[in-house]
Structures are given as structure tokens and as C-alpha cells.
Design a protein around this ligand. Sequence first.
Ligand SMILES: [Zn+2]
Length: 206
Amino acid sequence: MRKVIPAKTTVQLCQLVQISAHEPWSYTYSTRYVLGKPGIHHLTGKPYSLPFGEVQQFVISQGFNGRRSHQTLATKYAIDIDMPEGTEILAMRSGRVMEITRARLNNDKKSVPALQIRILHQDGTMGLYAHLKKGSIAVREGQRVRRGQLIAASGPSYKEDVKPHLHFALQRNAGMRLESIAFQIINFSGSAITPKLGLTLRHSPY
Ligand SMILES: [Zn+2]
């Protein structure tokens, strides 16, 4: 059985009935869910803004299809931006905080779950900000956030050979799976660029 449950609603999915009053009974069930509305399309008139403040500059250490850890459907179009732990993270697009959780970004069972914020955009896509610092979350679930608003601070990577970084992915519900979507970002001079490995991101040319 598969059903789309609207936000903040309670829906009865099924009813269990005892077949015989004279026989012992038991039941088991399991559920699986994926956040977001299935089948939506990415609509943005504007590229995504930089997730950090003025006078800072950081380098993209893993881009789309990155070999280190951006190889699944949900991470294929993710980017990693190296930054020191504690860097203030700003929303790259307006929306509503959908979920604040700690989860693994890949199917890698050995990886440490990353603290993350998921923001729902008006078109139904979701922005995922991960590797956040414990105790730094500046928003709450259900809250509306504007582009450029402080949402948290960046945290550690939990891997000795990987520098602290922000992992960002734009995702959609593609029917019981999360799918990442390619996006553009506003780099200095207001130009829209496709984020690539090794690229320096900053607000102003110098
Ligand atoms: Zn990543």
C-alpha cells in the first residue's frame, strides 16, 4: 500500500480485524516513508545564493557526481563546501523548515549520521544542509525562513581524511526515493554558475 499523506494530517491507512474470536491472533507491520510531494518539478527563477556571509570565501571540495561520496541518486547533484567548523550557514533559498534530524547521507552503514536541516521550497523541492554543528541550530521545524537567513553553524566531518564541510543537496521526492537535482548558484558579480570541484565561492570579486 502506498499513500501520500498531506502535512500535519492524520490518515487511517488500514483497519485490522480479528478473523476468528476462538483463535490466537497477532500482527506485524512495517512502514517506509519519503518526505516531499511526489512528482514535482524544480522551478526557480533565481539561482541559489551562497550559504555563508560576506567577506568569506570557500572552495567546493566535491561537486556533482563527486567520486568521494556523491554517487547515489540522493547525492549525485550534491556539493561539499570546505569551511571551518562553526561557520554560520545561511539559507540558499526561502522556504519552510521541514525536518531537523540526524541521519546518514549515503547508504554507507559505517558513516556517522550527520546533523541536517531540510527546507521545503515553494515548488516542492527540498534543500538539504548537512554536517551541522551540534547545538547550533537557529531555526525550528515548521518555521519559515528567508533566503540569506542564519539557520545553523557548520560542524565536523567525523572523518579523519575529510575536512569539515557543508554538504548541500537540492532534492525532490521521486516516488519512494529522494532524487537530487542539478542547480546553479550565484557567485561573485551576481553571475549564475554550475558549482564545480575546486571553484572558489565568494560574494564579491575581491
Ligand atoms: Zn557531500
